[in-house]
Design a protein around this ligand. Structure first.
Ligand SMILES: [Zn+2]
Length: 453
C-alpha cells in the first residue's frame, strides 16, 4: 500500500469515526430553558429573590440571576409567579399504600403493593410537586432503581429498603404466636428484617445494601402503628445500633432511627446515628445536645400525623387497633412540645409526612402546611425543611447516592432542575401549596411533567 492510499484510508476512517459523533454532539447539545420574570425561593432564604431569571441546561440549573442572556434557550415567561425547588418528602413508605396501610402487603401481595406504589409515586407525589421522596422503611429498592433508570414515572426515590427491627419491635409484622421468623409475608418480601443481636444487624444491613438501599433504618424504640411494642421500650440494644452504624459507615452512608422516647434518642446519639425520626417524647436536655451537633444530625418531623391525626382518639386511621390509638394519643400530646423545643434550640430539621394509603397519600403536603398552621413555624422554615435542608440530608448517602452529580432541593447553579412554578407566594400563604390549580408547572430533572400555564 502506498503512502498516499494509506493516508486517504486514514482520513476516511477518521471521517467515519468522527462524522456521526460530531453530528451527535450537535443534536445532543444540552437544551437550555430560561425561566424569566420569576420570584425565587432558593430552598433556604427567608424571602423571595424578586424578578429573577433561572437558566436550566439539560437536567440541572446553571445560572440564577437577573437579565441572564441565553440566546438559544427556550424561554418560559414566569409572569411574576413564584419559582421554588421541587418539594422533598423525607418520610414516606411507598410500599404501604393500600387501604390496610402497613398490613396491606399481607392482604394482597407484593405485586399489588408495587402497583399501588407506582400509582401513588406518580399521582400523589410527582404530579403534586413532590419531586423527591425518602422511603424510610419498606422494600422499594427495585422501584427506586426503575425510576432512576427512567422506566417508571415518579419522584426521585431514596430508600432504606427493609427496615431493621427487633422481635416484637415496630417492624415485626408477624403474628403474636409465631415461633419462626421470616415466615410472615412482609418479612419474606423483605419489607422488614427481624434482627436480634449484632450478627443479624450486620447481615440484614449488607443484604439491603447489596440490592440497592441508600441508607439504613432501624427501629430503636416502640411505635404507634405496631402491635407489640410499648412506646417506652428501647427495641434495639446499644450494640445493635452501633452495628448498624458500623456497616452503614463502611458503605459511606448513614443510619436513621425510629423512636419516640428520650432514652432511645440518647442511645442512638451515642452510637452515631444521624437521622432522628419522630422523637415526640424527648427531653429538653436531649434537644440541646442535638442542637450542638448542628448539621451532623437531623431531626425529622412528621407534623400532620403527630399533631393533627394523633392526639385525638377518634381522628386516627380506621385501620389502627384500640391499643394503637391509645399510643397515638400519647404521641400527639408530646408532639407540639417537641416541635417547639426543636425550633427554639435551632435543631437542624427536615420534614417528612409519614402519610400513605388512599386516605392520606394524596394529602402529603398537609404535613408542610401543618408546620405553619398547627405548630407556628415560619413559612420559609416550613418550606426549607422540605427543600434545602432535605437536600443536604439526602447527600449523606455519599457513595450510595443514586443522584450524585448535583445538589437537590435548591435553586442554585449545580442543582438538579427540579422546579415548581406557583401562582401566588407560599411564603405569604402556605395553604396555596394544597391547591393544585395554583401549581402551574412541575419540572423534574429538566423534564416538564405538568404545565397548565
Ligand atoms: Zn414512618
Amino acid at each position: 500500500m502506498t503512502a498516499v492510499v494509506k493516508s486517504v484510508l486514514t482520513i476516511v476512517s477518521i471521517l467515519v469515526l468522527c462524522g456521526p459523533s460530531v453530528a451527535l454532539a450537535q443534536d445532543d447539545a444540552p437544551k437550555q430553558i430560561l425561566f424569566t420574570n420569576v420570584n425565587v425561593f432558593d430552598g433556604f432564604a427567608d424571602e423571595l429573590a424578586m424578578d429573577t431569571d433561572v437558566l436550566v441546561e439539560g437536567n440541572h440549573i446553571v445560572e440564577v440571576g437577573q437579565n441572564i442572556s441565553a440566546p438559544d434557550a427556550t424561554v418560559i415567561d414566569g409572569g411574576g409567579r413564584t419559582l421554588t425547588p421541587g418539594l422533598i418528602d423525607m418520610h414516606t413508605h411507598v410500599t404501604f399504600e393500600t387501604n390496610q396501610g402497613t398490613n396491606g402487603f399481607n392482604f394482597y401481595d407484593f405485586g399489588g403493593a408495587g402497583a399501588m406504589a407506582a400509582q401513588a409515586l406518580r399521582d400523589n407525589m410527582l404530579m403534586r410537586g413532590i419531586t423527591t421522596g425518602r422511603d424510610i422503611a419498606g422494600n422499594s429498592r427495585g422501584i427506586a432503581r426503575l425510576i432512576q433508570q427512567g422506566q417508571l414515572i415518579g419522584p426521585r426515590l431514596y430508600t432504606s429498603g427493609g427496615v431493621l427491627s427487633a422481635t416484637g419491635g415496630h417492624g415485626d409484622f408477624g403474628g403474636p404466636t409465631d415461633t419462626i421468623h421470616n415466615m410472615d409475608y412482609g418479612m419474606l418480601v423483605e419489607q422488614s428484617y427481624i434482627v436480634d443481636g449484632r450478627d443479624d444487624v450486620i447481615e440484614s444491613s449488607r443484604r439491603n445494601f447489596r440490592n440497592g438501599a441508600h441508607f439504613t433504618k432501624i427501629m430503636a424504640g416502640g411505635g404507634v402503628a405496631s402491635l407489640y411494642d410499648p412506646l417506652e421500650i428501647y427495641a434495639a440494644t446499644q450494640e445493635e445500633i452501633e452495628a448498624a452504624v458500623e456497616i452503614a459507615s463502611e458503605y459511606g452512608t448513614y443510619v436513621a432511627i425510629h423512636a419516640y422516647n428520650d432514652q432511645s434518642y440518647k442511645r442512638s446519639l451515642d452510637a452515631g446515628v444521624r437521622s432522628f425520626e419522630h422523637g415526640f417524647l424527648v427531653t429538653e436536655k436531649t434537644v440541646k445536645r442535638m442542637a450542638r451537633m448542628d448539621q451532623d444530625i437531623a431531626w425529622s418531623f412528621q407534623c400532620y400525623m403527630s399533631v393533627a391525626t394523633f392526639g385525638d382518639y377518634d381522628s386516627m386511621p380506621d385501620f389502627f387497633t384500640h391499643e394503637q390509638k391509645l399510643k397515638g394519643v400519647a404521641v400527639g400530646k408530646g408532639a407540639r412540645n417537641a416541635a417547639a423545643m426543636m425550633l427554639e434550640h435551632d435543631v437542624f430539621m427536615v420534614g417528612g409526612s409519614d402519610m400513605f394509603s388512599p386516605a392520606y397519600g394524596p394529602r402529603m403536603k398537609e404535613d408542610i402546611t401543618c408546620r405553619v398552621n398547627m405548630v407556628n413555624y415560619p413559612e420559609a422554615h416550613a418550606l426549607k425543611m422540605s427543600t434545602g435542608n432535605a437536600g443536604i440530608v439526602l447527600k449523606w448517602s455519599k457513595v450510595l447516592d443514586p443522584y450524585p452529580t448535583y445538589h437537590l432541593g435548591r435553586i442554585a447553579p449545580d442543582s438538579y432542575a427540579d422546579i415548581l412554578l406557583w401562582e401566588g407566594n407560599p411564603l405569604e400563604n402556605i395553604d396555596l401549596i394544597l391547591d393544585e390549580s395554583k401549581l402551574h408547572l412541575v419540572m423534574k430533572d429538566g423534564v416538564v411533567y405538568k404545565d397548565i400555564m
